[in-house]
Design a protein around this ligand. Structure first.
Ligand SMILES: Cc1cc2nc3c(=O)[nH]c(=O)nc-3n(C[C@H](O)[C@H](O)[C@H](O)COP(=O)(O)O)c2cc1C
Length: 443
């Protein structure tokens, strides 16, 4: 008996900002990013993604400006590179109101907010969305955020992950152990049973907490846990905690070894390596014909702001690209920001040398991930080949033009993937975790 084809899962990658991953594209005449600060854009997007049976929308977040490029925030302010950066969580209840199934992967940095407050906000959202939230656990990579929040600089790279372990102990204890499943009685004896709600005491080198969780258990009790770092420390953290992992890199040859390493780390941690869903960042440009898609891509490329792209790259890598010639080759420099972001264009694929100009052009459409452009059949072929070469479970789709890029996917690509038996034809009931863990048997 032949094995049925594996489902390809789709998430949308977005941010409560003017410029997420495609700098300059806010100037495109059809782009609606300038409406980012009002709800109609987000409600339309949520409805569209649910029509396309996306697993979820994944909302990125940063807590400071990208001020590595040129040593200050001027270029970030000018280009709108993830600035303004509005609060992602506040979008979620509104988007949940106009959808029933769409999940919400919300990025929140654990570096500057105690576990007690973080636990309350996620539990509240899990209640309000009927169990549709996930937490993208990040530690941040911008010193500007640390300075804004009263520190001289962020913790060193691996120390951030060590702190994250302490944090997870505390927050998971609040979610798991503070309220017994049957603590809420709402009967003649009272609302909840004092014997079934307990104070959690946590003491670790950098955290002290003595608290009962302020929320009663929510539908998922713990939000679905996402993680997105690929360094050794990042993967070790993912192997212990993540249920979904986001990876990003320009090609299958960069992504495949990362996915293999992650699955090995999961096995070593005693977990089922296939149980963790891995999505790779990518952008799909889809039209009726390959030629039309190529023309669209050329049009989008004409709107890219290369300086904005280098602002983003400098923030992700911690390296100031303003000081490097546009035709110089990008070389690996270690920093305390993100490690894998720098490896993407250097040692992760030694067969491919990138100039600064090439990286800026690449990052300009959809960030570090690949761009698949073509007819639905061409893009579906490319995606299937990428999935087969890397062992990922799906894609975290960035956009060039908002929401046009997602309209192309929903209206053209999704039907093609469905016809190939690689995409679901309906949502199943249940919480986000239940939907993600269910393996659909596609015929
Ligand atoms: C697809 C993707 C999305 C990410 N989104 C965010 C984000 O919104 N906010 C953030 O602070 N970090 C974000 N990160 C950064 C990671 O959480 C991590 O800090 C970074 O990849 C560096 O970790 P590493 O050195 O372990 O690779 C993202 C990373 C990836 C690959």
């Amino acid at each position: 008996m032949s094995t049925p084809p594996r489902e390809i899962r789709l998430n949308a990658f977005a941010m409560h900002t003017i410029t997420h991953q495609s700098p300059g594209l806010w100037r495109h005449p059809r782009d609606r990013s300038r409406e980012f600060k009002r709800l109609p854009l987000w409600l339309d997007l949520a409805r569209l993604l649910e029509r396309g049976l996306f697993d979820g929308i994944f909302l990125a977040d940063v807590l400071g400006p990208y001020d590595v490029f040129g040593g200050d925030a001027r270029a970030a302010i000018r280009s709108g590179a993830q600035l303004p950066a509005h609060d992602p969580m506040l979008l979620v209840p509104a988007m949940a109101t106009v959808t029933q199934h769409l999940g919400f992967g919300i990025t929140a940095s654990l570096s500057y907010e105690p576990p007690y407050l973080m636990a309350r906000r996620f539990s509240t959202l899990d209640h309000l969305t009927d169990g549709r939230v996930g937490w993208n656990i990040v530690t941040g990579y911008l010193d500007s955020a640390a300075r804004a929040l009263g520190l001289d600089a962020q913790r060193a790279h691996d120390d951030r992950y060590a702190y994250a372990e302490e944090y997870m102990d505390a927050i998971l204890a609040l979610w798991r152990d503070s309220w017994a499943p049957d603590a809420v009685r709402a009967d003649a004896q009272g609302y909840a049973d004092p014997d079934r709600v307990q104070v959690i005491t946590h003491r670790s080198p950098n955290l002290r907490m003595q608290a009962l969780h302020l929320c009663e258990p929510s539908p998922q009790r713990i939000p679905v846990l996402y993680q997105a770092g690929s360094s050794s420390a990042g993967q070790a953290f993912a192997a212990r905690h993540a249920e979904c992992v986001f990876v990003s890199g320009p090609s299958a040859s960069v992504i495949a070894p990362r996915v293999a390493k992650l699955r090995t780390a999961l096995r070593a941690a005693g977990r089922d390596p296939a149980a963790v869903k891995v999505s790779a960042l990518a952008t799909a440009i889809v039209a009726d014909t390959d030629a039309e898609a190529r023309a669209l891509l050329d049009d989008y490329r004409a709107h890219v702001d290369p300086e904005g792209a280098l602002v983003l790259l400098s923030g992700w890598t911690g390296v100031d690209f303003a000081g490097i010639g546009l035709d110089d080759e990008v070389r690996f420099i270690a920093s305390e920001a993100g490690r894998s972001a720098m490896e993407n264009f250097t040692r992760a694929d030694p067969s491919r040398a990138w100039s600064v100009r090439e990286v800026a052009a690449h990052v300009g459409i959809g960030g570090a991930g690949p761009v698949f452009a073509g007819s639905a059949a061409t893009v579906a072929d490319a995606m299937e080949a990428f999935v087969d070469a890397t062992g990922i479970d799906g894609f975290n789709l960035a956009y060039a033009v908002l929401p046009e890029s997602f309209e192309q996917v929903v209206d053209l690509l999704v039907p093609e993937l469905q016809a190939r038996g690689r995409y679901k034809t309906a949502y199943t009931e249940g919480t986000l975790r239940e939907k993600l863990l269910r393996e659909e048997v596609l015929s």
